[in-house]
Ligand binder design. Structure first.
Ligand code: GLC
Length: 819
């Protein structure tokens, strides 16, 4: 892939740099800087959020709509076109793109339009040297002679400060340069391999089928151009608002300098001040959207394989789970359920009666999720409805010369819907009716980077994508694949989620492999084709943590590893780690050894059962974390730095993780290991298994035989636990246990019916718990239940670990318990 990419590079011309400010204009939200060779616009969208946009040589009033970037007086379009395998690449989008030099919202933007932010007060001060803008939280300063943005918090500490050259452009590219402060570390960047902190790395944003990925892989399935910069004083975030190919160089080329570059003709980014990470993510997800609360069953265990290839195999699989009392809620059907890989069909031989199969599985408590790929089999005159309708309505991608684009995927020669067109999304969404009508409860979107081979399968050949000048989108909003490549997976997931929303009366589950910033609005995400290797088990945690720090909380990796064969030991350790993944799904590839929890013998089976049981016990706690993520953008799985941002030791701590605020895991990622070092940050910590108490900051050596994944709870931690069920909706639960560890803390339990949309109308319940010491006693205060969701009186046991238990019938009224 990288050599293919090389052809996308711009010519290595010197950068033109933004010139002096000649004048400014102010509106109620925006300061326009008229510079000698460019225009700069800073919009104040919230006290901690600004948007920066820069256009090289904006059009004069009366010029055509759109903006034509210049370079040293030469229009970019007059540069020799770059070529990719003989095809021309148009570097600038067509004029229909909403630039207008003053720039309103972009047509393909995923962010909340500026006009939708409430107007907030800010002050503008002008001196001979600079222009200062002050909000309730931050100060932004722009020098007149060399416009560079400097930001300061209220105590005068700098953040997100431009380097000397600040902003610039050259043929087909714009860029910004930020200073990397001493002791600053970088997180987020969407889906990334390697460890947590991305300092000294280069991160490209271009969705790619990155199978065989490893620690050095750059382009991944997901492209999310967002990062969080943290030092012990504060954290801030930057969202690079471009759908074109873009890249961050985080001090790799020039230490101390972060370059962000895009193949777009304007520079557009947001700065989000914290100082805490929670505030950054709250604002970032206000900007790009938050996830809906998924159905509670989607938080249970999912079992998948490429493939459970026939009805008999699937029935047998379901039976095994129930016979062995291993909880499981969801069975995924991979590509072999289809007739010759034709999307929205069933193989009559292998799945003769899918409706009956799904109904029987439902009776046994299983939901069915089917895979849907974007590639539609090219099959004229064969009565393949999807192909015929798509061609008839011109729904498939055509190249610039008007030819139907085709490539090769599972069904071999295939064509691809243009999901940038609203009518195509609508059509595609409706196609799911054939699946939902027979009871399919969720959809798994795959190969949507899009992943396409240039030659028939088995014939070798590179992966390709649509030519970059391929027109995409509706006629009145036409753009090119160069601008929308990164959006293909996101738009497919959107079509799917919106279709399911209309078709099913209940909440659905959507999973996608590719996505872009804001994907959390439509879908959960898994990390694609990982491998059954200890290194991949270890890499999964920082990868998922960085996804969470990029606004995508509902994430998981294939438990056991997709490619290759896990050993019993690797599988057992992976199930322990997988119990912490927000999306807990086991999956494995064709031609690999089976990876179900029971295939490795009794000992491994027992470990799997125990940790899946633990997952099901923790569901009230985990479901509350999903609610939090849906309402505030907070990650479910968090690196320790999320809660301990002043503690430098956490900055590189990639192998321990917090599930929510209280539960910390220190899994084992190597074979034969029975002990591991664990870092406990400041505060009191309790061993989940033994109740032993520790005082941080400290390092301890944890005993971790195969049966045990070290788990700790913070003092004052409150964790809701329910009895194990074999599937989430097995029975009405009439008891709840609140486990509380001595200390002071607070936590709010969230509940609703777990499957309908009633919670959107206020039919939910929250109960706030507070715990503290008073006069040598532990006090537990339970506030009156809020919300309209009715909960039958139930037995609640409050256990203060190591102290004692009290029981009461929970009727939702206030209580004060003394221990
Ligand atoms: C891709 C997916 C994988 C799936 C396979 C067959 O490799 O990433 O999860 O099993 O295709 O559909």
């Amino acid at each position: 892939m990288p050599q293919y990419f090389g052809k996308l590079q711009t010519t290595e011309q010197p950068w033109s740099i933004i010139g002096a400010v000649e004048s400014i204009d102010k509106t109620d939200r925006t300061i326009h800087f008229n510079c000698t060779n460019s225009a700069l616009k800073i919009s104040i969208l919230a006290p901690n959020l600004i948007r920066v946009r820069m256009w090289p040589n904006p059009p004069q009033p009366g010029r055509a709509r759109g903006h034509r970037p210049y370079n040293g007086g030469q229009e970019i379009q007059s540069q020799p076109p770059l070529s990719k395998g003989g095809q021309e690449i148009k570097l600038s989008p067509p004029l229909s793109k909403g630039g207008q030099g003053g720039g309103q919202s972009k047509l393909h933007s995923v962010t909340l339009p500026d006009e939708e932010w409430e107007i907030v007060p800010f002050e503008v001060r002008e001196t001979a040297e600079k222009i200062e803008i002050e909000t309730a939280q931050i100060l932004i300063s722009v020098k007149r002679d060399r416009p560079a943005i400097e930001c300061f918090d209220k105590s005068g500490k700098p953040f997100a400060t431009d380097c000397e050259r600040a902003m610039g452009w050259r043929a087909g590219a714009t860029a910004g340069w930020k200073r990397i402060e001493t002791d600053e570390h970088f997180y987020g960047f969407g889906q990334r391999t390697g460890l947590l902190d991305k300092l000294s790395e280069v991160k490209t944003n271009w969705t790619t089928d990155s199978l065989d990925y490893n620690s050095l892989t750059d382009e991944m399935y997901q492209a999310i151009a967002f990062y969080i910069a943290l030092n012990p004083d504060r954290a801030y975030g930057i969202f690079f608002n471009t759908t074109f190919w873009s890249q961050f160089d985080i001090g790799a080329e020039t230490p101390g300098v972060l370059r962000m570059e895009t193949r777009d003709t304007e520079l557009d980014y947001y700065i989000i001040y914290g100082p805490e990470l929670a505030q950054i993510l709250a604002t970032y997800t206000q900007l790009t959207g938050r996830m809906p609360i998924p159905p509670k069953w989607a938080l249970g265990y999912h079992q998948c394989r490429w493939s459970y290839e026939s009805e008999d195999v699937v029935r047998e699989l379901a039976r095994e789970f129930r016979d062995r009392s291993i909880p499981c809620d969801v069975i995924h059907l991979d590509i072999d359920y289809m007739r010759g890989y034709r999307v929205f069909t069933w193989s009559p031989k292998r799945f003769p009666d899918p409706a009956k199969l799904i109904a029987d599985l439902k009776a046994a408590g299983f939901k069915v999720v089917t895979i849907v790929d974007p590639g539609v089999k090219y099959e004229p005159e064969a009565d393949y409805e999807i192909f015929d309708r798509g061609v008839e309505n011109d729904y498939f991608v055509r190249t610039a010369d008007g030819k139907l684009f085709h490539g090769y995927v599972w069904p071999d020669k295939a064509v691809f819907p243009d999901f940038m067109k609203p009518e195509v999304r609508e059509w595609w969404g409706e196609l799911h009716k054939s699946l939902t009508d027979i009871g399919v409860a969720g959809i798994w979107n795959d190969m949507n980077e899009p992943a396409i081979a240039e030659r028939p399968f088995g014939d070798g050949g590179e992966h390709i994508w649509f030519p970059l000048d391929t027109p995409q989108g509706p006629d009145d909003d036409r753009t090119t694949h160069a601008e929308t490549h990164n959006l293909y997976g996101l738009m497919m997931a959107k079509a799917c989620a919106q279709g399911l929303q209309k078709l099913r009366g209940d909440r659905s589950f959507v999973l996608t492999r590719s996505g872009f910033a804001g994907v959390q609005r439509y879908s959960s995400v898994w990390m694609g084709d990982n491998q059954s290797l200890w290194a991949h088990l270890e890499m999964s945690m920082p990868m998922l943590c960085n996804m969470g720090l990029s606004g995508v909380a509902f994430v998981g990796c294939d438990i056991g590893g997709f490619a290759g064969n896990a050993t019993a030991e690797l599988f057992a350790r992976w199930m322990q780690v997988g119990m912490l993944y927000p999306l807990m799904r086991g999956h494995s590839a064709m031609s690999t050894a089976q990876h179900e929890p029971w295939v490795f013998g009794d000992r491994t089976e027992q470990i799997c059962r125990e940790y899946i049981n633990l997952r099901y016990q923790l569901l009230p706690y985990i479901y509350t974390l999903f609610w939090e993520a849906a309402t505030t953008g907070t990650p479910i799985l968090r690196p320790l730095l999320y809660h301990f941002p002043r503690d430098r030791t956490t900055y590189h701590l990639y192998d321990q993780v917090l599930l929510g605020p209280s539960l910390m895991a220190a899994p084992v990622y190597r074979p034969g290991v029975e002990h591991r070092a664990v870092y406990l940050p400041e505060g009191t910590w309790y061993d989940w298994w033994t109740g032993e108490c520790y005082h941080g900051p400290t390092h301890i050596l944890a005993y971790a035989p195969l049966e045990r994944m070290p788990l700790y709870v913070r003092g004052g931690g409150i964790i809701a636990i329910e009895p194990v069920q074999q599937f989430v909706e097995e029975r009405a639960i009439d008891s709840l246990k609140m486990r509380i560890w001595p200390g002071s803390g607070e936590w709010t339990l969230y509940e609703d019916d777990g499957h309908s949309f009633e919670h959107e109308k206020g039919v939910w319940a929250t109960t706030n718990y507070q715990v503290y010491f008073e006069g040598g006693k532990m006090i537990v205060e339970i506030a009156a239940r809020e919300g309209e969701f009715a909960i039958c009186d139930r037995e609640v046991t409050v256990e203060v670990v190591g102290v004692g238990e009290q029981q009461f019938t929970d009727d939702g009224t206030v209580r004060r318990l003394i221990f």
